[in-house]
Design a protein. Sequence first.
Length: 78
Amino acid sequence: MRDWLYEPLTLGRFAGMALLIFGLLNVVLFLVTYAIDIQRKLLGWMQSRVGPNRVGPYGLLQTIADVLKLLTKESFIP
């Protein structure tokens, strides 16, 4: 029934699994970034303001810029 679990891991199977995992992660990251962009545009429309439009075409790279900004902020311990 689950014979594929007991087969030896070959380079081809490993590469296939790695590509599958890489592809799924990229799809999830794309969907999350797109959902954040739609949320920002919707909230901007509800508040009668422009919304994110500074970075990239139509503000599509704004979420990535915000993540980079948060990662590079200096954290300190008081």
